[in-house]
Design a protein around this ligand. Structure first.
Ligand code: SF4
Length: 201
């Protein structure tokens, strides 16, 4: 049976909220909010596709990626080549939020390894909020988490399952909130759990 290809961007959405991932990658829903517009604006340079060679580093922008072994496809914001090493650099407009970007950049590295038949042991995430890049080691634990997440996303796509809304603080920042209506679709247990947490704050 043909397996659906998972987009690298789905890993970030799934890490944030499995329901958000199902709405975007299963139902094809997309909405912008201030965060996504800021992100698009900040990405203009890397989306330009302009390459650069400076101080011994070749910087390639907006590079298509795929892995037949993982059934994965997407695009790297930046791939740098320096001293024979190849590594992806993911660009984020804000500050670090958990490990979503680490998973994304590791998935990009796994694609590069298959496409170029090279080892890619580490990469970077550049955060616009701090204007610094952070190194990410692609160890076996992170690679295993990437594989597991691809499999979970694929199962979700095949089943058509729409997970329950967590209806927690993530929803306040989520661009899909007007479509998802998390507080109307949350279960009674989730609403009670959230109310209890808010009372304890
Ligand atoms: S509004 Fe909340 S439950 Fe709905 S997709 Fe966004 S984060 Fe998930």
């Amino acid at each position: 049976m043909l397996q659906p290809v998972v987009l690298i961007s789905a890993l970030e959405h799934y890490e944030y909220c499995a329901r958000q991932c199902a709405l975007i990658h299963g139902d094809g829903v997309w909405m912008d909010n201030a965060h996504t517009v800021r992100g698009t604006h900040a990405h203009r340079r890397v989306d330009s596709g302009e390459h650069r060679h400076e101080r011994g580093v070749l910087t390639l922008r907006s590079i298509p990626l795929w892995s037949e072994a993982l059934g994965l496809s997407g695009r790297a914001d930046v791939v740098e080549v320096s001293d024979g090493a190849v590594y992806p650099v993911e660009h984020k407009s804000g500050v670090r939020h958990g490990r979503a970007a680490d998973l994304q950049v590791c998935a990009q590295a796994m694609c590069l390894e298959e496409m170029l038949q090279v080892d890619v042991p580490r990469g970077f995430v550049w955060y616009g909020g701090t204007r610094r890049r952070q190194a990410v080691a692609f160890d076996e634990a992170l690679r295993g988490d990437v594989r597991e997440m691809i499999s979970a996303i694929r199962s979700q796509m095949l089943s058509g399952e729409l997970p329950d809304a967590p209806a927690d603080s993530r929803c306040d920042e989520c661009q899909l909130k007007p479509h998802c209506l998390p507080h109307d679709t949350a279960s009674a247990e989730q609403i009670a759990e959230r109310a209890a947490k808010e009372l304890l704050l």
